[in-house]
Design a protein around this ligand. Sequence first.
Ligand code: ADP
Length: 492
Amino acid sequence: MQRYDMFIDGESRAPATGQWFPTDNPYLGTPWAEIAQGGPSDIDDAVRAAHRALHTGPWADLTASARGALLRRLGDTIAANARRLAETEVRDNGKIFTEMYGQLRYLPEWFAYYGGLADKVEGSVIPIDKKGYFTYTKKEPVGVVAAITPWNSPLLLLAWKIAPALAAGCTVVVKPSEFTSASTLELVRLFHEAGLPPGVVNVVTGFGKDVGAALVEHPLVRKISFTGSDTTGRHINQAAARDFKQVSLELGGKSPNIVFADADLAAAANGAVSGIFAATGQTCIAGSRLLVQESVHDEVVRRVVDLARTARMGDPMDEHTQVGPVTTPAQYAKVLDYVDIARREGAALALGGKSATRPECGNGWFVEPTIFTGVRNSMRIAQEEVFGPVLAVIPFRDEDEAVSLANDSRYGLGAGVWTSDIGRAFRVSDRIRSGTVWVNTYRAVSPLVPFGGVKESGVGRENGIEAITAYLENKSVWINTGAAAGNPFVMR
Ligand code: ADP
């Protein structure tokens, strides 16, 4: 079986624990590789390497323009290896190849965008209100960044963090998910082959409670950028508060996809299906609540059920497969648990509701695309994140009720609005409390467009110009151009 070591200070490292753990192929239901089980001393080595690289050596000496050029070269490396990296991701997380390859082919854009931004980070000269001073600000890297990533889109979500972090001049220690560490290790090795200096990006693999927690608590880490569950996000936020580390948190969602009677219903049904069943529902922006106006409720349900029924399940590596397995056995059990919960709450099962036993699913952890109707927004199936292929359909009367149901959630990550009324598109987009609203589309993301959540969906934004400021500190410099300091007891 293939064995993956960690990557610290520009080289492969066996873990101090002397242990490796298996990583599974969710389609086969068996391990395909072994991953180094890091411990706190590996975290310490990695953070110290990142700290050294931040202050001395080739990375610290690079101009911002040269850093930008290097980032673009890293993007070219990804482009040249996109297929191989996508295959590793599919083997590890079971999401379909078409989705992962699409992500990998788009990934270089993050490095092009933030590479271009690297030398456009400017301070300002302040027209100071005191005589005899020249005062300016400059932006400096915040320091060593901890990038902690989940298993659903390992490299995409890593790029969202490291591209702006490196553009800002920071150095990084990555802790990938214990379920999907392989692609991150492969990518970081490729980065070094492309000329990334040692210590700039380090990868420590292992479990959240060991290496994740040690990374969050390390005193030389100044910024934590985390994507994952709100439970872990809460732990991280509390741990970070102890020594005032900065945090960006991208957490869960229970995003509403709202279909008004005036919408193009065929398009809305497509959007509803891709919103929840693409990626087997394992995305933080899954449109897991389908809010449908009463007058078109039955027709929309019929269309969505008919479409979802046609989903081709099977080998995620096969380009014809549309729905892959759930990534982990624990997640598989959780999804089926929620099916039971929804049933007990009195929701009506319109499709699926069980594990998939089709021959093409083999021994994989597959759940049939599942649709519940008659859901009330107060039910657990409408309030809690399932992170699987389970859709809750909720009827509404009018625009006010749609908005109030959409906002009646502790989350606020994404929302879809399907309507042909332009005024309504603006009105509803204004009134929905979420980080993103998509109108007559769903799930679109770009390096150019800010992404993140409100309420319990997170803190901060990734992507877009401002995301780089999450990795920068502002320094103010006062130069006395006038008289020497006078009376020591009075501030000038
Ligand atoms: P998911 O359900 O996506 O796996 P988690 O929040 O459990 O979400 O995990 C996301 C990432 O956070 C993973 O890399 C995991 O190892 C890491 N992690 C889990 N617990 C902790 C912790 N206490 N401190 C730091 N990182 C953690």
